[in-house]
Design a binder for this molecule. Sequence first.
Ligand code: AP5
Ligand code: MG
Ligand code: ZN
Length: 215
Amino acid sequence: MLRTILLGPPGAGKGTQADRIVEKYQVPHISTGDIFRENIKNGTELGKKAQEYMNRGELVPDDLVVEIATDRLLKDDCKAGFLLDGFPRTVYQAEKLDEFLEAHGQKLDKVIDLEVGEQELMVRLTGRRVCKNCGASYHIVNIPPKKEGICDKCGGELIQRADDNEETAKNRIDVYNKETAPLVDYYEKAGNLARIDGAQPADQTFESITAALGQ
Ligand code: AP5
Ligand code: MG
Ligand code: ZN
């Protein structure tokens, strides 16, 4: 049983570490960004609403996000725990999550904060490539696929995320600093924050995370 949040700026490696964490701890990976991208791909109403914010690198409105996230947390597979990636992202969202957990008699075990400097974040975001087919994530320099432009796992085409251009990536980091960074303090005060150096290579970062999570 593990209930945890991955906090950290855009490009810090939340998705990369989430893949490893869910494999080891066998909990569902809940990424609000992934949920929105899936909805955009499928052309749903939710996708249409989210897309305009995401393409500008702005946050999707709180009430919409809270509803999506809490609906997901009510699913059966979350009874055995969960890993939240990219939610909460504002103090309001964090308060709503606290209310939800309290109402369901649940407690967070840990909040993992991945710390990475801004210059490195920009390199990671602009160099990221994702598989159009299975969503696997690569980096043109740091974590290249075996064959350029092709996914190792499924042979799908690798593309750039719509919000990974320089201008939008920069805005996402600014929005993070304004809206999301206060959550570090919020969870520090709650007493369950683990600060992790996310600038290490991915495998070492994962080791630091498992050391903080225990088991
Ligand atoms: P979301 O999808 O959550 O994006 P994000 O927070 O900007 O984070 P990223 O997914 O870009 O980065 P990551 O930390 O997962 O890094 P990754 O592992 O891929 O949100 C997108 C949008 O949706 C938001 O802008 C907003 O509009 C909306 N949204 C979502 N949730 C919301 C919410 N709660 N409220 C309101 N709006 C919301 O790694 C990045 C790159 O670096 C990859 O190429 C990877 O290969 C490479 N890399 C990873 N680790 C390492 C390492 N250790 N060393 C070297 N390279 C590495
Ligand atoms: Mg991500
Ligand atoms: Zn793939």
